[in-house]
Design a protein around this ligand. Structure first.
Ligand code: NAP
Length: 533
């Protein structure tokens, strides 16, 4: 879409509905393709600005949380429209700051606005309220029951840390922001320093929607600056009641520590590291070519910078396994390098490869050619044995990028032990002919159930569908709270809490738990779902 009204980027903080220059150190995004620093510079927010954004959010909360589900849904839809209206200007900025191709920019814009519309629909239908009514049983013996009604209410102002690897879909108006706003929580985003201009454009689109829909000033703020300063101040601020984060384990744990040592500890929903194991059962070797195609595509897509990138391929050695290893290696060697998102991510990828290359328990099978251009990811494939893998926890550490480790097991028992030994993961995949290997498959599935948020049958882990049934979560360190998901409509539950109203007259109740059910939503009435008509 052509941009009708170009937006001037000025590098300011967005604090409620107004803009203010920061006065801390200047940060600039860098074009990862060229290494060129991009204007404008963004001066970091100072402490007073952090406090102002938090206070505005607190004040906005009282009005915003009481908006009707319909009005809040319209607001989310308006944010989606405003983001679409950014048109080519957003696409160009996204490409310039991320080095990702136009198709990805457009795909991610579609996913971002799709998520906002999904949450709009989800709250309109009242699903997130979990409206539950147990009416009075005055004749119950031995004691009467009074009327009890449960609904979900928002937590309060939420801080969202935009992720580097999805400059739109997991950033300023990404899944965390969309689900928190849908829940009725004001949001303050700590913009990721890798895509400052993209963040400012989206931040301005949200403010425009706030003004058009008459939402209170402070419903949204966007602050720039260093995570260890601005980010930490936000997490410590007493007005903040919850955190959404996607990034490194180190960053996530630092935030968790601060949140838990506050006078009032608050929940942190951090999505951190995952190596997403793929198990090839013996019957999967019937179709080696489709395994090679699917695995390489999943491994190298977006230079491997996906949280669900398959970093581990496990199978039991057999007559065909050398053929598989050779085919995978041949493709990796011919794979073109790809630009990584930031110099930091590139450096940490190179450090990860070098750590693996130095480990005597591992053999480098293949690496794509090098390039003299900046920040180029060379895809890499390593191999080790099941015994070595089980004896060295370093081998299971995430290398964020297009690198994967093949683990050759000797027995089914060893494969199962690997499934048992791995840390928590976002996903676990298994491949087999569905009529064979049933017993082994069920044992692997049973182990994966204890670790992962999503188990995948005969497919590969990248490509996370945004839908009601999605779980993008998993046991630590995949996330800091395995009861949650950061993708899909149930992501909203992270920012809600249940409350029970006992013996309340109808006029004092929230709409979703009133007898006459004005929004016609589904209620659980005395143990039976009463569908909306
Ligand atoms: P990151 O370093 O964890 O940063 C994410 C956000 O958290 C940034 O806004 C950052 O601020 C902030 N932050 C970092 N440390 C903090 C602290 N101590 N206190 C408060 N805020 C803090 O992640 P990244 O920049 O996206 O990528 C770095 C590495 O993370 C990658 O190389 C990769 O290993 C991993 N990663 C993993 C995933 C995954 O899904 N598994 C996704 C993305 C990245 P600044 O602006 O100051 O940096």
């Amino acid at each position: 879409m052509i941009t009708l009204n170009m937006i001037k980027l000025n590098g300011n903080q967005i604090i409620g509905n107004s803009e203010q220059p920061g006065n801390e150190a200047v940060i600039k995004s860098t074009n990862p393709l060229t290494g060129q620093q991009l204007d404008p510079g963004y001066k970091g927010a100072n402490k007073a600005q952090v406090n102002e954004a938090c206070l505005l959010a607190k004040n906005a909360f009282d009005t915003y949380r009481n908006t009707s589900l319909k009005i809040r849904a319209e607001f989310l839809e308006e944010i989606a429209n405003e983001i679409e209206n950014l048109g080519d200007q957003l696409t160009k900025k996204f490409i310039e700051e991320s080095g990702l191709p136009e198709g990805r920019a457009k795909g991610e814009t579609g996913r971002t606005v799709g998520q906002l519309r999904m949450f709009a629909n989800h709250i309109k239908n009242g699903f997130a309220t979990n409206a539950t009514i147990d009416t009075a049983l005055l004749d119950r013996k031995p004691s009467a029951r009074t009327d009890h009604r449960l609904t979900n209410i928002p937590l309060g102002p939420i801080v969202v840390f935009g992720a580097s690897n999805f400059p739109l879909a997991f950033s300023v108006a990404g899944g965390d922001t969309a689900s928190a706003l849908a829940a009725g929580c004001p949001v303050i985003v700590k913009g990721h320093s890798a895509h400052l201009g993209t963040s400012e454009l989206v931040g301005k689109a949200i403010i425009s929607a706030i003004k058009k829909c008459g939402m209170p000033n402070g419903t949204f703020s966007l602050l720039f600056g260093s995570g260890s300063i601005v980010g930490q101040e936000l997490v410590s601020n007493k007005e903040i009641k919850g955190i959404g984060f996607t990034g490194s384990r180190k960053g996530g744990l630092a935030i968790l520590k601060t949140a838990q040592s506050r006078k009032e500890p608050i929940p942190v929903y951090a999505e951190m590291s995952s190596i997403n194991p793929v198990f090839l059962l013996p019957s999967a070797f019937e179709n080696i070519q489709s395994i090679v195609d699917g695995f390489i595509n999943s491994l190298t897509m977006g230079a491997g910078q996906f949280c669900t990138n398959p970093g581990l391929l496990v199978f039991i050695e057999n007559n065909e396994s050398q053929k598989l290893i050779k085919s995978l290696s041949d493709v990796i060697v011919k794979t073109n390098t790809q630009t990584m998102l930031t110099e930091n991510i590139y450096n940490s990828y190179c450090a990860g490869l070098s750590r693996l290359e130095k480990n005597k328990k591992i053999k480098l099978l293949a690496k794509s050619n090098s390039s003299t251009e900046p920040n180029q990811c060379q895809a890499a494939l390593f191999e080790t044995t099941g015994k070595n893998f089980l004896s060295d926890t370093d081998l299971a550490e995430e290398v964020f990028g297009a690198s994967s480790l093949i683990v050759k097991c000797e027995t089914e028992y060893e494969m199962e032990e690997i499934a048992k030994s791995i840390e928590g993961q976002l996903t676990g995949s298994l491949h087999l002919n569905k009529d064979q290997d049933e017993k082994l498959a069920k044992r692997i599935i049973s182990q994966l159930e204890l670790k992962v948020g999503r188990i995948i049958f005969n497919q590969f882990p990248t490509g996370v569908e945004v839908c009601n049934a999605m779980v993008h979560g998993g046991v630590y360190p995949a996330t800091s709270d395995s009861r949650s998901t950061s993708v899909g409509s149930t992501a909203i539950n992270r920012f809600l809490r249940p409350i029970c109203y006992q013996n309340f007259p109808q006029t004092y109740l929230r709409d979703e738990i009133k007898d006459h059910n004005p929004n016609n939503i589904t209620q659980l009435l005395n143990g039976e779902y009463k569908s909306s008509t």
